[in-house]
Design a protein around this ligand. Sequence first.
Ligand SMILES: C[S@@+](CC[C@H](N)C(=O)[O-])C[C@H]1O[C@@H](n2cnc3c(N)ncnc32)[C@H](O)[C@@H]1O
Length: 284
Amino acid sequence: MKNASPSLTALRVAMRRAAHQLYDAPPLVFNDPIAIQILGPHAVEIERTPGRNPANKPRPFSVSLRAFLVARSRYAEDLLADAFHGGATQYVLLGAGLDTFAHRNPYPSLRVFEVDHPATQPWKRELLRETGLKAPPNLTYVPVDFEQQLLADELHAAGFNAATPTFFAWLGVVPYLSLKAFRETLNFIAAHPRGSGVVFDYGQPRAVLPLHEQQARDSLTARVHVTGESFKLFFTPPQIAAELAAFRTLEDIGSPEINARFFANRTDSLQMIGSAGRIVSAWV
Ligand SMILES: C[S@@+](CC[C@H](N)C(=O)[O-])C[C@H]1O[C@@H](n2cnc3c(N)ncnc32)[C@H](O)[C@@H]1O
């Protein structure tokens, strides 16, 4: 990330979650009543981008990307519910971006920590002020650059309790990290008590993708690159399994499983195609 600039990719993924509320057929896969409100002045931009509005020319990879983004948020919140009912008392959003969970939190006793890059978090808080969304009392903001700071130290200073079961969501962040920062964060999560867990998504390396998916990847890579947040880190499923060896259980799902779980029997074309993006969860 460019040090002084808030994350543009955070805005773009939030716009696609908002587009889901506006344009996809019911039932919504990820129901987020404030996904549009949190965009503030950016909300007017949603319908201008082709592929987000079905009235525009259909672009299957764009629809697939929106499907992936809403599926990963839904998956994370489904597993958070399991973690909470299993005893987790803290939810940490790593690279929170414009995620709205803290403002929709149905669990009054759950503490929420939003961790994000020091350039992105103040921008989100300013957007919240502009839109009139107030920070709930059980939310704590923790500015951290995973490449420069130790997550454990910053969370500890913010009142986080490392001795209690905690669920971590790390959505849309891993591809932007160095391997060192990725591993340090995973090691920190793996050291939590039983009942703790993590969900994140990752991309497969370009070389293992079929040709037409390589072209879609190149196009996405180029669009992301101009934001100053270049992709760096990719894994194959066996590589991810090796990275997560310290965890007790692991689920790693790609398009077939994601479509079967979240997009079956839809009346619209919302579903994932291709094999590039995967979602993984692991439990301590
Ligand atoms: C694509 S956005 C995803 C945001 C959010 N998780 C979501 O799904 O809407 C990437 C997020 O990662 C954060 N990020 C990227 N590099 C980071 C770093 N080195 N340290 C902390 N946060 C980082 C950005 O600030 C941004 O919020």
